[in-house]
Ligand binder design. Structure first.
Ligand code: URA
Length: 227
């Protein structure tokens, strides 16, 4: 299959129609183990080990394993989700369940393979019954995520879902209000785009058009970083 046919197939899998003019697809119809060293001093391996040994909150009692993050440590795009679910807790990797499969399709639709991005979550341990992370749990995990961002030094963050967006932007605003604009972190140096969580998109497929708009925004920003 050609790259264009590939892209079409993924968009199709997402349920997104595209319209074509003069042969080009031009847009959617609508839319360290156990150390006391602070995370900011750790390298990738040390940070992974520290997270694996973490007992800062009660979630460590129910986990099979921590879910640190996955992908390229030189990725330009960092995807941040909420917390591991049952499958992620079993496999030790973020976004490997049904929502993860859709996330993979969403990334492919903008020409990115899972291996080319870095994927992490606000929480490194699974909350029981997939409940929302508590403020205390998110605060305890925050230093780990901030260090992952430091080490990766991405050109763009894509926050998927309400919890990731609200935590990263320190707001209570709903995703509907946070998406559709480009936010920044780190004194304006790091662009952040908000989109719907793939688990929500599985339940509300009509919102996929808006998610596609968000992905196009992310792709454009990544393209601009290359210039
Ligand atoms: N949902 C998330 O936010 N993260 C995962 O890793 C899996 C599901």
């Amino acid at each position: 299959m050609s790259a264009e046919a590939d892209r079409r197939a993924y968009l199709d899998a997402l349920g997104i129609d595209v319209w074509t003019r003069r042969g080009a697809v031009i847009g959617p119809v609508a839319e360290v183990a156990g150390t006391s060293t602070a995370p900011e001093h750790l390298d990738w391996l040390q940070l992974r080990q520290k997270v694996a040994a973490c007992t800062l909150c009660g979630l460590h009692k129910g986990r099979t394993q921590t879910v640190f993050g996955v992908g390229s440590e030189t990725a330009r795009c960092m995807i941040i989700g909420e917390a591991p679910g049952a499958e992620e807790d079993r496999q030790g990797e973020p976004f490997v369940g049904r929502a993860g499969k859709l996330l993979d399709e969403m990334l492919r639709a903008i020409g990115l393979e899972r291996s080319e991005v870095y994927i992490a979550n606000i929480l490194k341990c699974r909350p029981p019954n997939n409940r929302d992370p508590s403020a205390e749990e998110a605060n305890h995990c925050r230093g780990y995520l901030e260090r992952q961002i430091d080490l990766l030094n991405p050109r763009l963050i894509l926050a998927v879902g309400r919890i990731a967006a609200q935590q990263l932007l320190n707001t209570d605003a709903p995703v509907g209000q946070l998406r559709g604009i480009t936010h920044t972190l780190r004194d304006g140096r790091l662009p952040l785009v908000v989109t719907y969580h793939p688990a929500y998109l599985l339940r509300s497929p009509l919102q996929k058009r808006k998610a596609w708009e968000d992905l196009c925004r992310a792709k454009k920003l990544l393209g601009e970083q290359l210039k």
